[in-house]
Write a protein that binds this ligand. Structure first.
Ligand code: ADP
Length: 483
């Protein structure tokens, strides 16, 4: 029994030890678990934070993707606007096209007001819905913009400074409305965001472009304002260029009219001078001695020279004004060449130069204005003789595809490469000193070129300084303009 008790005591004490060990193991396991739990919680918080960061990053990515798309759209708009503005000199049409390009992707409304003779004139108004445009135009005539208004387009035009109202408030509408009905209309338009940008060119503000957002989700930003400013700048430049071009046309027409009138007025007394010179030279009023005859001869040469200059100016003015008519008829190339050569030969011979036609086929025919062809050849031959000191002048003509080419080649002073582009400009001469000695109006080549165009052809030149020049008139064989 004692042994049993002793065994029991040993057994119990061992079990207690084991129970204590188990309890301590359990406690340590519990501590580990608690530590793991804490670690898990930390990880969960980290995870949550990374999730938040990820969401923010993907939101940012979406925003920058949207921004990239928006900026690409803005660039595209500017490109399209430039193309539209460059397509024609009729600026009212091109500016209207630009206003249409701006809606509805960039703005819901786009209008352009120009300052014309102290008043504002709307030259473009665009909205995606044409019915709304009609409605707004009717309103604009009912509530015209006062050029002296302290806000809006008039203010932008006066100051040259843009205006961006990101959020249009009810108070602003109330302040801007002229009366109750106007206020109701302004509310109906739904003005949520407005940009007004000046249209300036060469330091002058020509007008203003107004862009309106009529949806609450679109508020104009600084980037939008930058695009609007660029759009308006390009439109203003196109308007300015078109206006300058129109002014140049008017000035050119005035110049052509002046030349035509003056030349006509000069021609009349000159014809009288030549007539009386001829009467005197023929001895009709009385006998003339040799000295008088010689002097009368000089009067004749100078008067005839003056007359040919005046005729050249008159012809130039007529061609410039589009008043020169064309008479197409069958023309024998050799006949016109021989005729022109015969006319110039005395001058060429007097200068010790040869002048000849080279291998022109007598059967070479073309449909053109023979008189104008003769005039062109005379101009080129006169120049060839004038600017050649030694050697001579050769004329050729030959068929080339649908054209006939007339070539006048000389062995003269030639033309420097940098001057070749300018010799066809009216009143332009390479060397004032040389030409003052040999005479000339500076109109021969420009008239010849214009006549060649009038006959549906072209005039070109090749030249080597100190070696000579070759001028070519290319005319259509059948009288139909060459492509
Ligand atoms: P111009 O009345 O002065 O001859 P043009 O228009 O016929 O006027 O010619 C313009 C200029 O081109 C001339 O002044 C001359 O400088 C140059 N030019 C024209 N033809 C020739 C040529 N065959 N050789 C050299 N220079 C020429």
């Amino acid at each position: 029994m004692a042994a049993l008790l002793a065994w029991l005591a040993v057994y119990l004490s061992r079990s207690r030890r084991e129970a204590r060990r188990a309890a301590s193991l359990f406690e340590s396991q519990m501590r580990d678990m608690a530590a793991q739990q804490a670690q898990l919680e930390v990880m969960a918080t980290d995870l949550e934070e990374s999730n938040v960061a990820l969401a923010a990053a993907s939101r940012e990515a979406a925003v920058s993707r949207d921004a990239a798309v928006a900026s690409e759209e803005r660039l595209h708009l500017l490109d399209q606007a430039s193309a539209a503005l460059a397509s024609s000199l009729d600026y009212e049409t091109t500016v209207a096209a630009v206003a249409h390009l701006a809606v509805p992707h960039f703005a819901d409304w786009c209008s352009v007001e120009l300052l014309v003779d102290g008043t504002l004139r709307q030259i473009a108004l665009a909205h995606a819905d044409p019915e709304r445009v009609k409605w707004a135009k009717a309103l604009a005539s009912k509530y015209p913009v006062d050029v002296d208004a302290p806000t809006g387009a008039p203010q932008v035009i006066r100051t040259g400074q843009p205006s961006l109202v990101r959020d249009v408030t009810e108070e602003m509408l109330v302040a801007g409305a002229r009366d109750e009905e106007h206020l109701r209309i302004l509310r109906e338009v739904g003005l949520y965001s407005v940009m007004i940008v000046p249209m300036a060119a060469r330091g002058t503000t020509l007008g203003a472009m107004t862009l309106v957002s009529s949806r609450p989700t679109r508020r104009f930003t600084d980037q939008d304002l930058t695009v609007a400013l660029e759009l308006a700048r390009r439109a203003a430049m196109a308007i300015d260029n078109a206006r300058l071009y129109r002014a140049a046309l008017v000035a050119n027409e005035a110049k052509a009219n002046f030349l035509a009138t003056m030349s006509h007025e000069l021609r009349t007394p000159l014809t009288a001078i030549i007539g009386y010179q001829e009467l005197l030279a023929e001895g009709i009023p009385g006998k003339v001695n040799d000295v008088q005859r010689q002097q009368l001869g000089r009067i004749k040469v100078s008067a005839s020279h003056l007359l040919s200059l005046i005729d050249e100016i008159l012809l130039y003015a007529r061609v410039e004004a589009g008043k020169e008519s064309v008479r197409i008829e069958p023309v024998v190339a050799k006949g016109v060449i021989d005729d022109a050569i015969a006319f110039i030969t005395p001058t060429a011979t007097a200068r010790g130069l040869t002048i000849e036609a080279e291998g022109v086929d007598p059967a070479l025919l073309l449909s053109t204005d023979g008189g104008k062809l003769r005039q062109m050849l005379l101009n080129l031959l006169a120049n060839a003789v004038k600017f050649t000191v030694r050697g001579g002048v050769t004329v050729r003509a030959f068929a080339q595809g649908p054209s006939v080419v007339f070539e006048v080649r000389d062995t003269g002073i030639g033309i420097k490469h940098e001057d070749l582009g300018r010799i066809f400009d009216p009143f332009w001469q390479v060397n004032q000193h040389t030409t003052r000695e040999v005479g000339g109006s500076g109109l021969g080549l420009s008239v010849t070129q214009r006549l060649a165009h009038l006959l549906g052809g072209a005039l070109s030149v090749d030249s080597v300084p100190l070696s000579g020049s070759t001028f070519r008139i290319t005319l259509p064989r059948n009288g139909q303009p060459l492509a």
